[in-house]
Design a protein around this ligand. Sequence first.
Ligand SMILES: Nc1ncnc2c1ncn2[C@@H]1O[C@H](COP(=O)(O)OP(=O)(O)O)[C@@H](O)[C@H]1O
Ligand SMILES: [Mg+2]
Length: 317
Amino acid sequence: MAKADNILSLIKAHYNNEPERFITVALQIAAHEAKLGHTLVANEIKTTIDKAKANRHKTKTFAPDLQGLVLESEPAVRLSDMIASDDIKSKIKRIISEFVQRDKLRKHDLENRRKVLLSGPPGTGKTLTASIIANELHLPLYTILMDKMVTKFMGETSAKLRQVFDLIQQNQGVYLFDEFDAIGGERSRDNDVGEMRRVLNSFLQFIERDKSDSLIIAVTNNKALLDQALFRRFDDVILYHLPTLEEKEELLRNRLAPFASKVKFKDLLPNINGLSHAEISLACTDAIKETILHENKQMDNDLILAAIKDRNAAYYK
Ligand SMILES: Nc1ncnc2c1ncn2[C@@H]1O[C@H](COP(=O)(O)OP(=O)(O)O)[C@@H](O)[C@H]1O
Ligand SMILES: [Mg+2]
């Protein structure tokens, strides 16, 4: 067994957030065990540390200065998971297909659609679209946390943005600037109203100059931002909307599939006006949970409506 003082050092290193110290102590324990002839345990400690180091290394070298500003993920959603108009779906398919066949386009001096602007009300599938594109193209998704990028000094913010665009250049992926119009929000509350425009302009310039092989997806809820100057910088713009009657029914049928024998969809539809795809999805999940956890409850219109009411009550409080 490891000595008590070793374990104490390990605990201290953990709580003091000293990863290097943590590893040193862990290796000391491994050495101690090896000396006692406990080679299996000693080796297991060493390989565990090596594996953890390799992973840490990966995220570190990927962008040392952008830690906490860019999140990497590998989403597992497919286009078939999305309920949307044919127009939206075909635009997403076109982005995917042009990317896959970009070499063909280049031979004719043409570029695939790489810079895309998504706009529309919350909960209608914008972030979902970025995840679908990344997954369908087997690329990692990088979400840029724009609100965290804005610092007190304009120069610093621009420097960070430049680093993000360097990363986009060096490291192929899908880069999501989700709700990028939130940038500078803090500052404008401090009465520095020009800040948001300045950051936004420098963001748009970076987008315009980008010649990478990555995909850039910018999302905004802010209709006022959708002026011509903005449209011009993007290869494609997709406008999202609250679900139509048909989309609502498709979404409900899709989400409730194995539980829906008693649901009267046509009666339900007029009662869920104004709800987004996300709100409907969540209400379905809530209702499904109820039927799983309470034997006396079965899936029907009342249960779904109660779930929706419950969500709305919290939302509009
Ligand atoms: N069009 C859609 N089709 C199917 N599910 C959707 C759709 N839009 C939203 N959802 C569901 O709601 C969740 C949140 O949606 P999201 O894409 O984050 O909305 P937005 O980014 O437009 O605010 C998604 O993960 C998905 O489960
Ligand atoms: Mg979103």
